[in-house]
Design a protein around this ligand. Structure first.
Ligand SMILES: NC(=O)c1ccc[n+]([C@@H]2O[C@H](COP(=O)([O-])OP(=O)(O)OC[C@H]3O[C@@H](n4cnc5c(N)ncnc54)[C@H](O)[C@@H]3O)[C@@H](O)[C@H]2O)c1
Length: 435
C-alpha cells in the first residue's frame, strides 16, 4: 500500500456527518504537500546526477584557472572544417611532407609554416591563441598563414579528442611541435601555464602521436635555456644541462627527458632543437629587441641589465630565417618512427641540436644598433641582472647541426634588426622606415 492510498477521496462524496475532524484533514494536506516536494526533489536530483554522469571532465587547459593565457574553446568539427583541414594538409609537390605545426600562429610557427607551404609541403596549423602576448598579433599572423594556404585549427595541445580527430582526418608524416609557454620571467607569475603547455601538453601530443598509424616523426623546440648555469662556452650538446635557472628552462629540459622516453618505449622518431634567442619580423613582443624598439620610439626609458662584474649581458641572437632553415633541415633528415598503433617495432632516431648564430652580441650593442636604425637616442637605465631566470650569456656551438642538418646561419644582428625594424614600422606605425 502506497502513501497515496491514505489520501482522503474527493470531498463531495462524503456526507457532512462522515467528514473527518479538521486536524486530520490538515495533517493529510501537509502530508500531500510534503510528498509532492519529495517527488520533485528526487526528480531534480536524478536529473542532476544524470547530467554529471554524461558531461565530460574539464580539459586540463580549462582547469588551469590561474592561467591569464586562458584558452578559447576549441572550434572544430563538421564536413566544412574537415575539408579545410584536408586541403591545408595536402602536399602540393610530389613527395612533399604532411606536417602538423603546433603553435603555428606563434612567431617561429608562422615562419616555419609559410616556408614549408612555399616549397610544396602540406601544412596544418594548430594554436590556442592564448593571451600571453597580444592575440591581435597572432590573428594577424593567422591572416598571413591563410593567404599562404595554411589553415590554423583553433585548439589546445592538451585536447586529446581534437588531436586524435586531426590524426584521423590526416595521415601526418611529421609534427613540428612549437606550441609552448615561452618566456623566462613570466614563469614566476604563472608557473602553471608552463607545466600545462610544456609538460602536460607535450605528453598529450606524444601520447596521440605514438598511437597514430603511421606514427609521425616529431621535431620539437627545446631551448638554449636548458644550459642554465653552465659556464663552459660555447654551449655544446654534450655539456651538462642539469642546472636550469628558470622554471621555463626546467620544463624544456623535462621535455627532452620525456621525448627520450617516448622514443625508447614507442619507437617515435624525435628531434629536439635548442633555439638561441630568435628574433625578426613578426617577432614576440615580450623579447628585449621588440620592447626596446617600442619604448625607444615612445621616448620611454629602457632597462639594460649588466652582469654582477659590471660586464654586459650577451646573447647569441639568431635570425628567424636561419632558424627556419634549421627546422626544415631537421624535418628533412628525420627518419621515420618505427612503431605503429602504440607498439615499438625497432629503435628510432633521437637527436638534439643547438640552433644558434654562434656569435654572441652584448645587449648594449643591440641597443646601439637599434638607436641607429630608429634614429633615436635611447634613455637607458643600467641595472644588475635580477635573479629571475635570465642567464648572463648564451653562445651556441653549432658543429653538430652544421654536419647533420646542413645548418649554416648567415644573418648578422645588424642585418636582421634592419629587417625587423622595417616590419615593425610597417605593422605598428604604418610608417615605412628609411631602410
Ligand atoms: N623565440 C625564441 O627566441 C625561442 C628560443 C628558444 C626556444 N623557443 C621555443 O620555440 C617555440 C616557438 O617559440 P615562439 O617564439 O614562436 O613563441 P610564441 O609564443 O610566439 O609561439 C608559441 C605559440 O604556441 C601557442 N600555444 C601555447 N600553448 C599552447 C597550447 N597549450 N596549445 C596550443 N597552442 C599553444 C601560442 O598561442 C603561440 O602562438 C616554443 O616552444 C619556444 O619555447 C623560442
Amino acid at each position: 500500500m502506497s502513501h497515496l492510498d491514505d489520501l482522503p477521496p474527493t470531498p463531495g462524496k462524503y456526507k457532512t456527518d462522515k467528514v473527518p475532524p479538521y486536524w486530520m484533514i490538515l495533517h493529510h494536506h501537509r502530508y500531500l504537500r510534503l510528498s509532492k516536494l519529495t517527488l520533485w526533489a528526487s526528480l531534480f536530483l536524478a536529473l542532476f546526477l544524470f547530467y554529471l554522469i554524461l558531461s565530460p571532465p574539464p580539459s586540463p587547459s580549462r582547469r588551469n584557472l590561474n592561467d591569464s593565457s586562458s584558452v578559447s574553446a576549441a572550434k572544430y568539427g563538421g564536413s566544412h572544417w574537415e575539408k579545410q583541414v584536408r586541403k591545408s594538409a595536402r602536399p602540393r609537390s610530389p613527395g612533399g611532407l604532411t606536417v602538423l605545426v603546433t603553435g603555428a600562429s606563434g612567431f617561429v610557427g608562422t615562419h616555419v609554416s609559410i616556408a614549408l607551404r612555399r616549397r610544396g609541403d602540406g601544412v596544418l596549423g594548430l594554436d590556442n591563441f592564448n593571451r600571453y602576448y597580444d592575440p591581435k598579433l597572432k590573428r594577424a599572423r593567422q591572416g598571413l598563414l591563410e593567404r599562404s594556404g595554411v589553415f590554423v585549427v583553433e585548439g589546445d595541445i592538451n585536447d586529446a579528442v581534437l588531436l586524435r580527430k586531426l590524426f584521423d582526418v590526416v595521415l601526418f608524416t611529421h609534427v613540428m611541435h612549437l606550441a609552448a609557454q615561452a618566456g623566462v620571467r613570466y614563469a614566476m607569475q604563472n608557473p602553471g601555464s608552463y607545466v600545462n603547455s610544456n609538460i602536460a601538453g607535450f605528453v598529450n601530443l606524444l601520447e596521440v602521436s605514438k598511437s597514430a598509424n603511421p606514427q609521425p616523426a616529431i621535431v620539437w623546440a627545446s631551448s638554449s635555456s636548458v644550459y642554465g648555469l653552465n659556464s663552459k662556452v660555447p654551449f655544446s650538446e654534450k655539456d651538462r644541462t642539469d642546472q636550469p635557472a628558470s622554471l621555463y628552462a626546467a620544463t624544456k629540459k623535462a621535455g627532452e627527458g620525456i621525448a627520450h622516453t617516448y622514443n625508447h618505449i614507442y619507437g617515435l622518431s624525435l628531434t629536439g632543437l635548442r633555439f638561441f634567442t630568435v628574433y625578426g619580423p613578426w617577432g614576440r613582443p615580450d623579447m628585449a629587441y621588440f620592447f626596446f624598439t617600442k619604448d625607444i620610439l615612445k621616448g620611454k626609458t629602457i632597462t639594460v641589465f649588466e652582469s654582477p662584474d659590471k660586464g654586459s649581458v650577451a646573447r647569441d641572437f639568431t635570425y628567424i630565417d636561419d632558424i627556419v632553415k634549421g627546422c626544415l633541415g631537421a624535418l628533412d633528415t628525420a627518419e621515420k618512427s618505427t612503431g605503429s598503433g602504440g607498439k615499438k617495432k625497432g629503435s628510432a632516431m633521437f637527436r638534439i641540436y643547438n640552433l644558434g648564430n654562434t656569435s654572441p652580441v652584448p645587449v648594449t650593442k643591440l641597443v646601439t644598433i637599434l638607436e641607429k636604425l630608429l634614429k633615436t637616442k635611447a634613455k637607458k637605465k643600467i641595472m644588475p641582472l635580477p635573479r629571475n631566470g635570465d642567464v648572463e650569456f648564451t653562445h651556441a656551438n653549432i658543429t653538430l647541426a652544421q654536419a647533420e642538418l646542413g645548418y649554416k646561419p648567415t644573418v648578422d644582428l645588424e642585418t636582421g634588426l634592419k629587417k625587423f625594424v622595417k616590419w615593425y614600422m610597417g605593422f605598428y606605425t604604418k610608417k615605412k622606415s628609411s631602410w
